[in-house]
Design a protein around this ligand. Structure first.
Ligand SMILES: [Zn+2]
Length: 73
């Protein structure tokens, strides 16, 4: 009765290239099959985030203007 390492390793598809991988130490970049796919996915996510119109500069100006420690008398 040695139930040590069963062959029931969960498998999943790499989100980037859909290649089937095992959820094990064989794939340190899981759920991606490789670091390359991981970077590709992160890159797409970042470029998509770029499209969202944020207002970081405007917000920075506002908070700077409202900062009481910077408006000295
Ligand atoms: Zn992949």
């Amino acid at each position: 009765m040695s139930d040590h390492s069963s062959s029931d390793t969960p498998t999943l598809a790499c989100p980037t290239c859909k290649k089937p991988i095992e959820w094990s130490e064989k794939y340190p970049h899981r759920p991606f099959c490789s670091e390359r796919c991981k970077l590709i996915d992160l890159g797409e996510w970042a470029s998509e985030g770029h499209k969202i119109p944020g207002q970081p500069v405007y917000d920075d100006v506002l908070s700077d203007d409202l900062d009481p420690t910077k408006t000295r008398h």
